[in-house]
Design a protein. Sequence first.
Lengths: 255, 257
Amino acid sequence: MIEAPPEEPRELNAAADYVRVELVSRGFDTKRGRVQALAEMSLRARAGEVVAVVGPSGCGKTTLLELICGLQKPDSGTVRAEPAALMPQRDLLLPWLTAIDNAGLSLRARGVSRDEARRTVAPWLERFGLARFERTRPAELSGGMRQRVSFLRTLLAGKPVLALDEPFASLDAITRQEMQGWLAHVLASEPQTVILVTHDVEEAVMLGDRVVVMSPRPGRTVSEIEVTLPRPRRRTDAAVVELRERALAALGVGT
Amino acid sequence: MRRARRVLPAALLLLALIGMWELYVDLKGPTFSLILPPPHQVAKALYDDRSLLWSSFLVTAQEVLLGILLATVLGVVLSVAIHFSPTLRRATYPLIVASQAVPVAVFAPVLAFWLGFGILPKLVVVAIVSFFSIVVATTAALATVDPDLLKLMRTFDASRLTTFRHVEFPSALPGVFTGAKIAVAVSVIGAVFAEYTGSNSGLGYVILVSEPQLLVARGVAAVVILSLFAIALFSLLALAERLALPWAYRPREEHPA
């Protein structure tokens, strides 16, 4: 069940749950029979909280995000969430649009005119270090730049919740670390309620306020780890390493 | 230099085929050349009849260009309608396929009866034969838009129409060009057959009247021009696509996975 957005102006009320997924099950009929993606999965995100969801490939993480975004309905259980905008795994930038128009697509989707969308997007591109690439099409942008444009597009949708689906999975290791640092920085200056799905445990610990560990399919929560470490965090900090090991252990990966 | 090396294989093959043709007609004797004239006679006809062939070419080229344009406009409109209505798709697709199986020569007289002997019935014939590939390629392009992209637009609260305008329609444009390029060859054939019925101009008319007048070389010269025209039109469409949709063009070497 998806609730309508609240009437009052949006403010980060730390007491409120922006996302509450309770005992949700969801399966699909495929040619090879029924596949259970999620089994009694539960998860919650408070306003302004970054919840990182880690799990092995195919544990229903994308299904979870689509349920939160209202793109699917659960077979059983309840999904209550503020409106959420998706940032897909592949950047899905439109090849015929320049960076500024791609980032503005979520504004255009709501009927904002092209000129007004550009005026809104331009200062953000500047902040994201993309000012020089305003008029560049995706084919000429690097992987990291494309993900920044894609993130900006989702951010500008103006939804209370951002649903990020393995946003950096397709990047090379060096760019991925840079982008993780960049996203941590953006979220520090611009608090958002985020559900970040990833299979990278380190990414989860670096970015999340809380790490939710999922089981292999059918996916459900096997462990929740509060990450109370101050930011910016460093990969090599003993506390980060320790939390990473705890998450890996919860995933059943021995170290 | 590299360009020369690229066209060299095609040029050599063409020369070899022309040489074999010349030799073959030579071996068969002079009577056979009334059925299939040797290349040097065709070349002579191309030169001697150049003013007739040129004015005829202009007529046929106009029919083909306008016919493809008409087919493109109607084809895109129908493809969009089909995209929005599965019922319409089920209703029209069998008819569109069937329209391809009807030999042009059969309905050309009917069109002449309805539309007279001017350029209009020729346009309609060219449009009918071109329509199929344009509709098939465009509907396919509309139907294969990345479903994840459509989901994304839904999370941005985009209406069906907004998604169509910003995402589906632009991504289907390369399909329109593909359909038009495929249509080039059949549209030329269509124009020729349309001119067989009720016309007194165009390269099809030249072909039709050359044979009974024992001017076979002139007829073959007209065919040569039609072939060159098809190549030129195809290349022109490819060029137009690259200029209009540069984002859809990828050099073969760096095709992304």
